[in-house]
Design a protein around this ligand. Structure first.
Ligand SMILES: [Zn+2]
Ligand SMILES: [Zn+2]
Length: 315
């Protein structure tokens, strides 16, 4: 005889359903392999679509790192939109467990977040880590850009589980990846990161001016970066432009190459390309950087970061 479900049974099954709901679904596991990074946005300040920027790309700061089973995203500039589409296409409805590391909250580093498709899928988890925003806490700043009248959906209304954590420590772990942060010389609070993966380390300083910090500051940064396998650094200006923009908080190409040589970096990617620089100008700056290395008889490899390019670190 079919028995009616008692109230107890009902409440037990409701509790089971609730527990199943609350239990974290195992996130998609990445196959073991070398550390891989991919450039999704390489431009500084503002996106620059158009025929003169198609080679290096016009989206702002966003780099994806896959290492030691983790998907770590460096900055949420407009390149993040393309990464989001790729992740959804690749993993379909499998739950994603993503970590986004923000260097700071200037527009060109956060504007992709409202257009990041994985936050509109309830199965996904996104942990956003960064330091306090200028004047306001990190969460207030990030939610602010999605408030009406700027955007129709609030950050707290998106279906994914989004956690925002304001960092206090300068050293922490994301799974097996050790991360160290270092304050950058840039208006408002801004950091650079170094990620230590089991296949080498990545330095990420998208916004930073090397001059005029005191010699002790330069030494500190050199020590922080010593032996970095892949360094992605702000080289927005050539020397002449830099002299007209001293104190703006952005890098001068010659200084960055000199620092990378001193710090025995293996590979340097020119980054945060100036919005006024077309493809030809960036290629010219790259050629100049390589000449500087040759003149110093250095071993440093130099590239200009380009949207869509993947780099593998294998030790
Ligand atoms: Zn920037
Ligand atoms: Zn900035």
């Amino acid at each position: 005889m079919k028995r009616d479900i008692s109230t107890d049974d009902k409440s037990r099954s409701a509790a089971r359903a609730a527990a199943a709901e609350a239990r974290p679904v195992p996130a998609v596991s990445l196959p073991p392999g070398p550390t891989r990074l991919k450039f999704w946005g390489v431009r500084g300040s503002i996106p620059t679509p158009g025929p003169t920027t198609v080679h290096y790309g016009g989206n702002t700061s966003c780099v994806e790192v896959r290492a030691d089973g983790q998907i770590i995203i460096l900055d949420a500039g407009t390149g993040l939109r393309l990464l989001g589409r790729q992740l959804v296409a690749e993993f379909d409805s499998q739950p994603l467990d993503l970590t986004l590391l923000l260097t700071h909250t200037h527009w060109d580093h956060i504007q992709g977040l409202p257009f990041f498709l994985p936050v509109y899928k309830p199965q996904n988890h996104l942990r956003i880590l960064g330091y306090e925003g200028a004047r306001h806490g990190l969460e207030v700043v990030l939610a602010g850009q999605m408030e009406s009248p700027f955007f129709p959906i609030g950050l707290r209304e998106v279906p994914a589980n989004v956690r925002i954590e304001e960092l206090k420590e300068m050293s922490f772990n994301i799974g097996l990846v050790r991360v160290q942060a270092c304050f950058a010389n840039h208006p408002s609070k801004c950091v650079g990161y170094r990620l230590f993966t089991s296949h080498g380390s990545i330095g990420f300083f998208p916004d930073n001016e090397l001059h005029p910090p005191a010699a002790s500051e330069r030494r500190k940064l050199r020590d922080f970066l010593r032996g970095t396998d892949v360094l992605i650094m702000d080289t927005q200006f050539d020397t002449e432009e830099y002299h007209q923009h001293t104190g703006w908080g952005h890098g001068c190409l010659d200084d960055v190459v000199a620092l990378a040589l001193e710090a025995e970096v293996k590979k340097l990617f020119l980054f945060h390309h100036d919005p006024n620089h077309d493809d030809a100008k960036i290629s010219q700056m790259l050629a100049h950087a390589r000449k500087l290395v040759t003149a110093r008889k250095g071993k440093l490899q130099v590239e200009a970061a380009r949207e869509g390019v993947t780099v593998e670190l294998a030790k």
